[in-house]
Design a protein around this ligand. Structure first.
Ligand code: SAM
Length: 302
């Protein structure tokens, strides 16, 4: 296995995927990740963003499954964060994989949407953009400083129908009820490891994994209590470990009677995938364009 992969993570990857796929994941960790962004249709449009970036000698290429997304090969993040476009919230720097859950959530204008783990707000503001500010979005974040960051990003992106709550979403009153829920759960970050990067910040120990999986399970149970019967939610993590993904989903589905809704993935052919043990879910393989990510759609039955 590639040098630098934390030993406990390497052990879990080998046990889950076998040597060959674990090595492919490690190569993804070693790849230099390319900058990607999303044009914000609440403020501008993708063509204008492309032209404005080209005027600064920043070339972009399109993403086949999302007209607002673009790949920026020739520039580093700090070249973009210095631009007016960024300051005015006309773009949002976001990994391609993390744009997938809001697309698959499919929120519609007029719906009441809950984002249970929202900061810094990439997906919250994307839901606002995808619904043209016509859905009511409640965005929860338990960490005070991160909740401030979320408020700032929501405001800068012009997401006018988002209510930010600085709260542990496990403590939300069960009297609330939502038409759609995104649970982008806190996780080990095993999909986002970047070998050699000081910004790589996954955590890998038996104790950490045990703590985080307990949180994930409690959050998913809560989500299914807050979701209106018959409605659908997305569970996602930036982890490629079954312990945080399929195992959580399977346990909670068994206890609640909720069902998996197979994801519509026809448009996502270009996204590299890892094998999953629940058909109809998605696990993105890390590579230079993608972080590792897991996505499942779940319907509450009763
Ligand atoms: N969805 C975010 C985005 O796209 O920008 C990324 C979310 S990050 C994976 C998880 C976030 O959930 C962290 O900011 C963490 O502080 C927060 N969090 C963890 N447990 C939580 C809980 N029980 N209630 C609310 N927020 C929580």
């Amino acid at each position: 296995m590639h040098e630098g992969v934390p030993a406990y993570l390497a052990q879990l990857l080998r046990a889950q995927y076998g040597e060959e796929t674990a090595e492919r994941i490690a190569q993804g960790y070693a790849a230099q990740r390319v900058v990607t962004l999303r044009a914000n249709p609440l403020k501008t449009d993708a063509q204008t963003v492309r032209e404005r970036l080209a005027a600064q000698d920043i070339e972009t290429s399109p993403v086949p499954w999302y007209a607002d997304a673009m790949i920026v090969r020739g520039a580093r993040e700090d070249a973009l964060t210095g631009l007016d476009l960024y300051e005015r919230g006309e773009i949002y720097l976001q990994s391609l994989s993390s744009m997938i859950p809001p697309l698959l959530l499919g929120a519609k204008p007029g719906e009441n949407v809950l984002d249970m783990a929202a900061a810094p707000g990439g997906k919250t503001t994307q839901i606002a953009a995808l619904t043209g500010n016509q859905a009511m979005v409640t965005a929860c974040e338990m960490n005070k400083i991160r909740a401030e960051r979320l408020r700032y990003n929501v405001q800068r992106q012009g997401a006018t129908r988002v209510t930010v709550m600085n709260i542990d979403s496990r403590n939300l009153d069960d009297l609330f009820s939502f038409d759609r829920i995104l649970l982008d759960a806190p996780c080990s970050g095993s999909g986002t490891v970047q070998l050699g990067s000081p910004r790589s910040k996954g955590q890998f120990s038996r104790e950490f994994l045990s703590r985080t999986t307990k949180q994930q399970e409690a959050l998913l149970h809560k989500a299914l209590r807050l979701l209106r019967p018959g409605c659908e939610m997305i569970y996602s993590t930036c982890s490629v470990l079954a312990q945080e993904n399929e195992e959580i989903v399977s346990r909670v589905l068994r206890k609640t009677g909720a069902l998996i809704v197979p994801l519509e993935l026809a448009a996502f052919d270009s996204v590299p995938r890892l094998p999953v043990s629940i058909p109809g879910t998605l696990c993105v393989a890390p590579d230079e364009l993608h972080e590792g990510f897991f996505v499942a759609k779940i319907r509450r039955m009763k």
